[in-house]
Design a protein around this ligand. Structure first.
Ligand code: ATP
Length: 251
């Protein structure tokens, strides 16, 4: 198992945000987590990357305990996070943004004297090709389309070469074409990385859910199953698919 989670619990001001009895992910598995607003999906990813400290529980990443480690230590262990909100530097080029992914791995002093090597250049071009941004490398990131910005964010996570990528709503705000391209990209990436994706767009979930889908409701695991099982599960329909925040257009 790449990731094993037991009895993970966190509350904010007395409100249980997450109470997850178990969760596990295989190496190179692509898992989609769905659930209504406030179900604890982002909180779960926040705990996995060290942004939020749980009250109790256990998280083993490749056999190593994660809880208690800092965000940097967890990133160095091999867990990379892409947040929903774009965080690329808009005035830098795509290439420069990607270069920063290498600089940020170094100490402040070392980053001042950082010189891109041919190896780094090759790697940037290789990852840019994978996310479909080769022609945009010299473009200012602020001028990219919304979808391209999201792919740049994914590229930056990929450049850190994590064994596990945590991705929050990658298709939010994307056109149908961009959404489909993102799905193809994630499926490609899952050949090399374990991936956990949070998503509301059910058409997109259907495209990428090749393995299990996990449904969280009010901080708890409601059910796990294939996309087909989840879609027809009455408990999932009652607590999520029948509700307003799920994106079911064209579904
Ligand atoms: N930093 C925080 N302080 C206080 N309450 C929080 C904090 N983060 C999350 N919560 C609460 O914890 C619960 C779970 O929130 P979370 O954002 O994890 O849900 P979610 O499933 O990701 O929802 P959405 O689909 O809307 O993003 C909610 O009740 C939320 O208000």
């Amino acid at each position: 198992m790449l990731l094993t989670v037991r009895d993970l619990s966190v509350s904010f001001g007395g409100v249980h945000a997450l109470n997850l009895s178990h969760f596990s992910l295989e190496d190179k598995e692509l898992r989609v987590i769905i659930g209504p607003n406030g179900a604890g999906k982002s909180t779960f990813l926040d705990i996995l990357c060290g942004k939020t400290k749980p009250n109790s529980g256990e998280v083993l990443f490749n056999g190593t305990p994660v809880l208690g480690k800092t965000e940097v230590e967890i990133a160095n262990l091999g867990i990379g996070r892409k947040f929903q909100k774009p965080s690329v530097f808009p005035s830098l080029t795509v290439y420069e943004n990607m270069l920063l992914a290498f600089k940020m791995k170094k100490s402040i002093l070392a980053s001042l004297f950082f010189k891109p090597t041919e190896e780094i250049d090759t790697r940037i071009r290789e990852v840019a090709a994978r996310v479909g941004l080769v022609k945009e490398l010299k473009k200012i990131a602020g001028e990219l389309s919304h979808g391209q910005k999201q792919w740049l964010e994914i590229a930056i996570v990929v450049l850190q070469d994590p064994r596990l990528m945590l991705i929050d709503e990658p298709a939010a705000g994307m056109s149908d074409e961009e959404t489909e391209k993102t799905g193809e990209l994630l499926m490609q990436l899952s050949k090399q990385h374990g991936i956990i994706v949070i998503e509301h767009d059910m058409k997109f979930v259907e495209q990428i859910a090749q393995d299990l889908v996990t449904v969280l409701v009010r901080g708890k695991l409601l059910v796990e199953g294939s996309f087909g099982e989840i879609r027809n599960d009455q408990r999932v329909i009652d607590s999520y698919l029948g509700r307003a925040n799920v994106q079911l257009e064209n579904f």
